[in-house]
Design a protein around this ligand. Structure first.
Ligand code: PAF
Length: 281
């Protein structure tokens, strides 16, 4: 695997790929890789000739500097893991490579960036949108792979691709889970040992909501019943538990049998913020 740190090397790679008619798959990450990321690399490898993974902890998408500072970073271990799945290139840009202009840029995603995550992390999706647009321009891939765990992010990226006319195919991959059901996330490594035992309750609450939704229960009751056990554990602080229309991300008030929906949760377990979702399409 080859490590790339600047745009010139990426340009050369793209030129070579065009000449030899090779397709490039791109997996953007913030590092601290786990099996979920590696499954995205594997999917990209299966569908493209060249796979590039970026590892960059993007400062502009953190609205809380404490969260940014403690975000786990271990590039050397990431490189080792990427080699195990045969990733071809890893792009590890510096802040000056990503933000040479030192001025802030705004991309508006309308209400998509103000609901759910947006309500609790103001500015987060602007930061994601800007960095992903920059990465798309730098990497110039044919396909980009994102995990469904960050459901709202996938909707934002879809909008970004449409709005800025990127010639790239968005591939959304299923969430990988631990045996307990806990969605794999870089943040899981930060959970206190005493909290890990409670972490699977996040997925259990979603599963319960799915069962009740399929039985035709009304939305208010679904939310009350699905969150009751979690709320009884004082280590949890619930930020939101919402059932939304998958296309608009608007909360639904009535059980809509034929519309694709997503059940979404965000909560703190101790100091660590966890998100997860289930899609019913
Ligand atoms: O999902 C992530 O890890 C990040 O939001 C992304 C897409 C790499 C942008 O920094």
């Amino acid at each position: 695997m080859i490590r790339i740190e600047n745009r010139q090397e990426l340009n050369n790679l793209k030129k070579e790929a065009i000449i030899s008619g090779k397709k490039i798959g791109f997996v953007p990450t913030m590092g601290s890789l786990h099996k979920g990321h590696l499954s995205l690399i594997e999917r990209s490898k299966a569908e493209n000739d060249i796979t590039i993974c970026s590892v960059y902890v993007n400062p502009t998408q953190f609205n809380d500097s404490k969260d940014f500072n403690r975000y786990p970073r271990d590039v050397e271990n990431d490189i080792k893991l990427l080699k195990t799945v045969g990733c071809d290139y890893v792009f590890t840009p510096s802040d000056s490579e990503m933000y040479p202009e030192k001025m802030s840029l705004n991309i508006s995603f309308g209400h998509l960036e103000t609901v759910m995550e947006g309500k609790f992390r103001p500015g987060h999706f602007n930061g994601v949108g800007v960095v992903v647009a920059k990465l798309f321009n730098l990497v110039k891939a044919d396909r980009a792979y994102f995990g469904q765990k960050d459901l709202q992010q996938t909707v934002i990226i879809k909008k970004l691709i449409e709005t800025l006319s990127f010639d790239i195919q968005l591939v959304i991959c299923d969430t990988l889970r631990e045996e307990s059901g806990l969605a794999m996330s870089s943040r899981n490594a930060l959970l206190a040992d005493t909290d890990r035992v409670f972490a699977p309750m996040v997925f259990q609450s979603l599963t319960k909501a799915k069962e009740l939704y399929l039985k035709g229960e009304n939305i208010k009751t679904i939310i009350e019943k699905s969150t009751a056990e979690l709320l009884a554990v004082n280590r949890f602080k619930l930020e939101y538990f919402e059932i939304v229309d998958l296309n608009t991300l608007n909360s639904i008030e009535n059980n809509l049998n034929n519309t694709p929906i997503a059940i979404c949760i965000a909560c703190f377990l101790g100091e660590i913020r966890l998100i997860d979702n289930l899609v019913l399409s």
